[in-house]
Structures are given as structure tokens and as C-alpha cells.
Write a protein that binds this ligand. Sequence first.
Ligand code: DGJ
Length: 724
Amino acid sequence: MPIIFDAEQKFFHLSNNEISYIIGIEKGKYITHRYFGPNLECYHQVNQLQYIDRGFATNPISEERTFSLNTLPLETSTQGSLDYRVSNYQFRNIEGGRITNFVYDRFEISKGKQRLEGLPSLRGDMEQTLEIYLVDHIQSLEMILRYTIYDTLPVISRNVEYRNDGAQVIYLENAGSMLLDLPRCDFDLVTLNGAHTNEATIHRQPLHPGIQKLASSRGTSSPQHHPFLGLADRCTNEDQGCVYGFHFIYSGNFVAQAEVEQYGSTRIQIGINPETFEWKLSPGSHFQTPEVVLNFSARGFNQLSQTFHKLYQTNLIPEQWREKERPILLNSWEGNYFDFTEADLIRQAQLAKDLGIELFVLDDGWFGQREDDTTSLGDWEVNREKLPNGIEYIADILHQQKMKFGLWFEPEMISVKSQLFEKHPEWSLCVPSYPQTQGRQQLVLNLSLFEVQEYLIKVLTDYLSSKKIDYIKWDMNRHLTEVGNFLLPDDQQKEVSHRYVLGLYRVLSEVTKKFPQVLFENCSSGGGRFDPGMIAYMPQTWTSDNTDALCRSKIQYGYSYLYPPIMMGAHVSDSPNHQLGRNTPLESRFLIAMSGNFGYELAIEKQSPEELKEIKEQISFYKKHRRLLQFGQFYRLKELDAAYSTAWLFKNETEALLVYSNGLAQPAQPVQYLKTKYLEGTSLYKETRTGKVYSGSELNHAGILIPRIKGDFNCFYIHWTVTE
Ligand code: DGJ
């Protein structure tokens, strides 16, 4: 049984072959965190709670001075008394009171996993779920702590439901999704931070006393901070050591924090960012929080990644894309920007087809008066000056050539210079009396308005009903300002940021369910909203607007902590690179793009005959190994160093591929043997180029000699087939 309740000792034990998670009930009232880590055969409370009469402690039972919620390891906070650490929730009643007194009431264990209404969440029909009910009898409030344990993965998902069973309105000022207290603080905190064109940089530093917090209040999860926290043992590396990963399935404002408290424990708390949140709970209503994934690895960061990759590919992305191969695409953006004609596109697509490319994506610039980025967002009518015969005409030509056709949209945006803005200025986010702030000379549509959601569903449905569009790139190029909703009363204005996200999820859910055959690619100026919430609807994301292959090796390295290569759009672009101006070899650009969800984004007609020949060979190589690259296991064989050198391994039952990049060339190149570490030790691997056969164990442990490499950013690959 994955979840048991020990009635005598009063604890819940959630377990599978790899992990155990134990929750206690103290004094029949308080929910404590007792253990999270490698599987325990059984549990008899060897790690007793510590009871000491401490200075400044407050005690729920006054004469029991050794019992205090200031110090107990908890599964949720208290409010207004007893626990002073960061809190997971906060209510405010209509008198302004901010005190609650939740105590344990009952529990339920059930098979399967509830999907969260209106929110993306993990699937898990075969799993088991525990719900712990806490009640505040004074105000008739209920809080349900929900846990699902995965049968075959070291994963627990958590969320919280807050209910108002009383007769009065109450406000939720903070509605956290999870909190837990780990009984130590000697961890390294691992986070993914960055900026536009520099996403997912891994930061690792020892925890220190006090609160260490990551947050977004930009309306999206943001490229600045990823909604993820890792806590690693100091010795943990890619292959060894323990690490906990906490990942938030949400695409809006979030907070993820770790607090090292006075006696050396660490509190983890994750949820919607309370700075930009409040929710009115009318009598009889409830609020469901987004979900958090808790992942534990005892075998380093690679194992943590393996679990995330498998979990998201199997239990999160739309089911129809789980096993479906993804096409090689040519995206029109960097090759044309806004400047193209119908004839240009048809010629480019034809050339792409001849090279073996399978999908042509028409990016920005095809609609309204869109000659640059200052106009027309919202006017999703084809620009007849550029494309006199319309979108369907181009799609038909491509389909006749057995090529797929994709189209770019930025559905959530509106340009001030647009017909839509003339007609519906009230649809853009705004707050009375204040000017609207523009970003990239555009405003944001208010997706918290039902009318706007319906409008977007209609626009996309009309395009997709023609059955001529096989792929949509869903872009989002600025963050939210003047977040308000003129239809909501004053006391619900702070709901708008979350309502925006719910509106977005509604539109995405309706459209992707209606058109399951259409491949959606998520984008927010690259990885600005690359989060598990978005991948629940769109199985791949444009990883970064930075297409410089050297930078990409770092960005893809960072995201690979959480997402498999198939989820990371990666394109071969021109050299010198448009963002960095750096020159890199075509082969290196290919090998890095091939290590993601592969495509091209360059001026295809300007490539030399030699380059076109090389591109054709790349494409045929990729097609031969597509199953390995898209569905194989992916491992990082070396940690990213200052020279940006990387080594990646793809592996499945029949073949394996190593991609090595030297990054920036170094003087006095040291002798290096690269160990493949993760091949099957007892299998034999035949190197495709040389025909030489090696055992998996020698490749894993003795390693491959890295040859002398001159010049910056030279990549090579080695491919093997399993012979036995
Ligand atoms: C930002 C995206 O990330 C780019 O790939 C491109 O689609 C532009 N927007 C178009 O405006």
C-alpha cells in the first residue's frame, strides 16, 4: 500500500520503492512533517521530535512549556499565533481579523488523483491520494492538504484547498500550495535565474539563516526566476548525492522560498505570490491552489532530471503528444523578420522541403499592418499586401508538397495602433485614471474578462477549423502592468493576476482540446514562460530568443534540469549570430540544436551550396536518430564550467549518442577521458564511424579520450549502436 495510516502511532506513511514521506499528528491536532527521503521499510519514530522549554516559545497548552509550534516541523503554518516562520496561508475576515486556529479533523485516502479544475495538473490515475482535513471551528473554515504519491517515480504532488463553510465572507490574502520543514539546513540552494536571452542559469549557494526567496510579480512565471527550488547536499553532483526538487505547476506570479530558522531547520514554501493576490471566499465557496511537484533523488542531479523528464512527458503534456514524433521545422523569423512576400515564403519553403524539412512556420509579420512591432496585434486578418492570396493559399501549396504549415500568434496582446484597440480599448489591462504602460509598444489583453477569452477562442478556432494549420507558435512578449478588471468590485481587484492566468488556461484548454492534432509551441520572447503550467497544454517551448549556439549550450543545460530535450525548441541560425554577433561552425550549431527540439531559423536562400549540402546531411542524420533524440534518456556528463564546455549523452535500448562541445578553447589542454557513465555496462557498443566495438563498462568507467580541439566552440559527436 503506498499510503498507510498508523492509527496507534498517529502518522501517515506515503511510500513507493524509492521514497517515503511521513506526516505525523501531534496532540490529535497539529500536522507535523516527520520524514522525506529514501524509502523506509517501516517507521517507528526513531527520529523523535525534540521537546525543550525554549526562550520566547509560545505554547498552545500553557503548562506544557516544552511543546511549541514555534519549533515543530510542520506541514502547514499557523496564522497569528504560535508559528513565526514564513506562512503558507493568510485569511482576513470582514472585521479585519487575521487569526485562524486550524486543527486536524479527519483524513481520506483514495485511488487515483483529482485533476484540478481550471488549472494544469499532473495525471495519475494509478496513484494514491491522501487528503488531510483541518478545520478552524471558530470561523468554520476548512483546509485540505492534498498529497499524491507516484507509484513508479520518486514524486509526490501537493496542493491545498481552502474552504469557507461559515456564514460570512472571508478573504484569502495568501493561498500557498505547500509548506514543509526539513530538520536540517546544511543544504545548497539551487535555482534557475536569468533574463531575456539568458534564461535558466543555474545558481547554487549554501543556505544561510533567514529567508531566501525567489518570486515573480510580472504576471508570468518569468525568465528572471524559474518557479523551482532545489535543495542539495553539499557533496551532490550530477551523478551522486541527494537532492530535493520542488517545482510549481503555475504560469503566473509565484513565490518559492526557503527559510533557515533559529534551531537549524529549513522551511520550504511555494505558492502564488501573495503580493499580487487576494481571493474573496463567499460562504460555501472554496479556493484550489496550483500544484507543486516534490521530487527526490539520491543519485545526483541527473537522476532528479530523469524523474522530471519522465513525469512531465508521461503525466503532464497533452496525452496525444507523449509518443508522437516532432517535425523538423524552418521558422521564418530570423531569416525574414517582418520583411517578406508570398513568393519569398513559397520559395523558402520549397527549398526547405528539398533539404528534408517537414514544417514551415510563418512567424510574426503576416497580419494587419504589421511592418514592424509597433502595430496590429489583435488584428488577426492576413496582410494582403504581403500575402495577397491569404494564409490558406500558402498552407495549400505546402500541403501539396507534403509539408506541414505553422503560424505565429501573440494572442494575449493588443497594439494601440490596431482596429481591435479602436473597437475595444476596454479589453486591454487598465486601472481607472492611470495611464497604460506599454512594452514593445503593446498592451496586454485582459484575459480575466470572459468576453476576451471567448474572442480569443473564436479567433483561434476560426483559423484552426480550416484544418490547414498544423502548428501554432503562441508568443507573449511583455509583462503585465495596470492589472485591474472594471467588471469586478473593489474587494476583488487583487484577484485579477490569478484570474488572468485562469483565463489563459481556459483559452488554452479549450483550443488545444478542440484541435488535438495541432502542435502548439509555447513562447514568451523565448523561455519567458517556460514552466510546467504551460507545458500541460503545449508540449514544446521556444527555449530562448538567443540562438547563439554557445549560449544555447548553457541555456539548454540549465533547462535540462527540469525538461527533456523534446520540450526545448532549438534552431540552427545564421553565423554571425543575430543576438551576439558570434561566429560558430555550422556543425556546432547543428549539434546543439539537435540536442533540443530541432529546427532551422536562418536566411535559407543565402546559404552557400556547401552549407546547403551540409544542412541536408544534418537533416538526414537527425531523421535516422530522431527516436533516440526525441524520446531517449538524456544525461549531462559534465558540469558546466567557465569555458562553457558540455557533454551530453542520449541513450535508448538500441543506440547511444554523445555530443561534446569544447566551449571556449583553453591553452595547455589537459588530458581528458570522458566517461559515459550511463550506458549499459554489460552491453557492447559499436561505434558507427569506425566500426570499433567497446563494452558499455569501459565507455562508462575508462572513458573516451577527448582529442585536441583548436578554436572556440567546436563540437563533435560519437554514435554507437548496441550490438548485444
Ligand atoms: C519573440 C519570439 O521569441 C521570437 O521567436 C519571434 O517570434 C518574435 N517574438 C516575433 O515578434
